[in-house]
Design a protein around this ligand. Structure first.
Ligand SMILES: Nc1ncnc2c1ncn2[C@@H]1O[C@H](COP(=O)(O)OP(=O)(O)OP(=O)(O)O)[C@@H](O)[C@H]1O
Ligand SMILES: [Mg+2]
Length: 174
């Protein structure tokens, strides 16, 4: 199942992240794909806000992995945010210690640039792709040189994530 949104500002992208956060459960794993500057970290900061994480989210480009604590319905949980841009060996990824958190029953794991990890994961996950969206670029209409539009595509292939995406869709169009 696929679901698309077009956003026109980083605030709109964050808002979808905030809404998705309400449907996240410990053990969930999401892969964030798409272009540089597409809005992956922006979306993730919306998720963090929705989970009432107060710390400012920095992009884990150098640290590879940032870990935040949050509480949901009385349970102490962790949000793990990874960025594996430029990492091209699985060993470098396992060296980060990610296996300790992936699908852990107290952790939500969000991975940017994680296609290498995706290949070795057999369990369910959600995929969210971010692309620049150029509206009518040929005629120049609605295109002012600074492109703030993004196309965000959710792809879910199992019943668990499909039902969460349906719930998200229902909150977005009311
Ligand atoms: N509609 C939009 N959605 C998200 N970000 C937007 C939008 N319009 C403009 N922006 C800007 O685009 C940039 C997106 O950066 P961000 O770090 O979130 O991307 P990213 O996909 O994580 O990039 P990277 O691949 O480098 O990690 C920010 O500067 C943000 O303000
Ligand atoms: Mg990023």
């Amino acid at each position: 199942m696929r679901l698309n949104f077009i956003t026109s500002s980083s605030e709109q992208t964050k808002e979808i992240g905030r809404k998705l956060s309400g449907f996240l459960s410990a053990g969930d794993v999401i892969f964030f794909l798409g272009e540089l500057g597409g809005g992956k970290t922006t979306f993730i900061s919306g998720i963090a806000e929705g989970l009432a994480i107060k710390e400012n989210m920095s992009s884990p480009s150098f640290t590879l992995m940032n870990i935040y604590d949050f509480n949901k319905n009385g349970a102490d949980l962790k949000l793990v945010h990874c960025d594996f841009y430029r990492i091209d060996s699985l060993k470098d990824i396992t060296d980060t210690g990610i296996e300790e958190y992936l699908y852990d029953s107290k952790t939500v794991t969000l991975i940017e640039w994680g296609s290498l990890v995706k290949e070795i994961v057999c369990k369910k996950f959600l995929e969210i792709k971010f692309e620049y969206f150029f509206e009518d670029i040929v005629s120049g209409k609605n295109f002012d040189g600074i492109n703030q539009k993004r196309k965000i595509t959710f792809a879910a292939s199992d019943a668990y994530w499909i039902s969460k995406i349906e719930m998200l869709k229902n909150t977005m169009f009311v």
